[in-house]
Design a protein around this ligand. Structure first.
Ligand code: FEH
Ligand code: ZN
Ligand code: ZN
Length: 357
């Protein structure tokens, strides 16, 4: 890689295909840190960004895609803190205002000033209106948002910062209803890039019975490999099939990584009274919250978004101790467009990850 010019996969016009293009080497100033990218995951949210019409997203173009990034620190600004040059890291991707109560607590995913940042079109974070990591090099605003990954393979580390973190945060929003005995059940709807990690996180951090649902046999096979106790294809009677596996009580928690009408229906149908539903996927489905209504009494609903910096540290710790293994489909950075095509077609098994070639 020449010192002056490097490559980046950039969105240059709304609705147009991203392009791999040459950019000037970023120079870190003040607290900034420059990362040599080793891997960048591709997320369904990237498809939403790429397909967005003008004015839909509060972002200024052009910017480099990639909000799920692992790499090595290669240069630091004069005021930089955190991992030293040479250290391998993952990048915490939600970038808030950095000073509100939520950001100060490491919960930049729930920044109190998000509306103001969006109004100023500052962007949601890495690869989301700000230059991300589908590139040879990536500039991050502070070493504070870098988490060391030791000798974890880059294609394993990168997905932890979005798919892994989002799955972990979703599990945490329902953890209280699972208790700590094996008598409770949790349903994972959608065993894709996030769902297969949620199965592993549930098995590693709870005693609950994990019931997996998907529309693809190969996804149920992946769920089984990840430790799910039971898997079933989505069918009209899925709620009844799942409830029968819970001894009739229903599931204490449901994690819906699809979020469509067809996934929310069995989600509501299998919930136990006093249970928790986390809707993670943006599949366009809706729920009617009414009393009395279809939702059982005591239901707690959450719409978890990404996760916190402390949670990312916990996810990396799970991976380092071997409790979290990402199913990865690797693509060269120069093959980013092909990766997008494969993700659109639903053919990717696990998580698509780009590696600079
Ligand atoms: C990022 C930005 C906007 C919506 C959703 C997302 C997720 O992919 C983050 O995990
Ligand atoms: Zn994402
Ligand atoms: Zn903030």
């Amino acid at each position: 890689m020449s010192t002056g010019r490097t490559r980046a996969f950039r969105l240059t016009r709304w609705g147009g295909p991203p392009v791999l293009t040459e950019v000037a080497r970023p120079i870190p100033t003040a607290e900034e840190v420059l990362i040599q990218v080793e891997a960048a995951g591709l997320c369904r949210s990237d498809l939403h960004v790429v397909d967005a019409r003008p004015g839909v997203l509060p972002y200024r173009i052009p910017f480099t895609l990639g909000h799920e990034v692992a790499g090595r620190v290669v240069e630091r600004g004069p005021l930089a803190t955190g991992p030293a040059v040479g250290e391998r890291v993952v990048v915490y991707g939600p970038w808030g205002c950095g000073s509100c109560a939520r950001c100060a607590a490491g919960a930049e995913n729930y920044c109190d000033r998000r509306a103001a940042l969006d109004a100023d079109r500052v962007g949601t974070g890495a690869g989301l209106g700000r230059d991300g990591g589908m590139a040879d090099l990536m500039l991050v605003p502070s070493g504070r948002i870098l988490v060391p990954v030791g000798d974890l393979a880059a294609v394993q580390a990168a997905p932890l910062s979005d798919a892994g973190l989002t799955a972990y945060h979703a599990v945490d929003t329902v953890r209280r209803t699972l208790g700590d005995d094996a008598s409770t059940s949790v349903v994972v709807l959608g065993v894709g890039g996030l769902g297969h990690l949620a199965v592993q996180i549930l098995r590693a951090t709870t005693s609950a019975q994990v019931l997996a649902v998907d529309v693809r046999d190969e996804a149920l096979a992946l769920a089984d490999e990840c430790g799910a106790h039971f898997g079933t294809l989505l069918r009209p009677d899925t709620a009844a099939v799942l409830r029968s596996r819970t001894g009739g009580a229903g599931a204490a928690a449901v994690l819906d990584f699809v979020g469509s009408a067809s996934s929310l229906e069995p989600a509501v149908g299998v919930l136990r009274a006093g249970g928790a539903l986390a809707v993670v996927g943006s599949g366009g489905g809706g729920l009617t919250v009414r009393k009395p209504g279809a939702l059982p009494p005591g239901t707690q609903i959450s719409l978890p978004f990404w996760g916190t910096l402390p949670e990312l540290q916990a996810v990396v710790a799970l991976a380092l101790k071997g409790s979290l293994r990402v199913g990865v489909e690797r693509f060269a950075l120069s093959g980013a467009a092909e990766a997008i095509t494969r993700l659109r077609s639903g053919e990717v098994r696990g998580r698509a990850v780009l590696v600079p070639d």
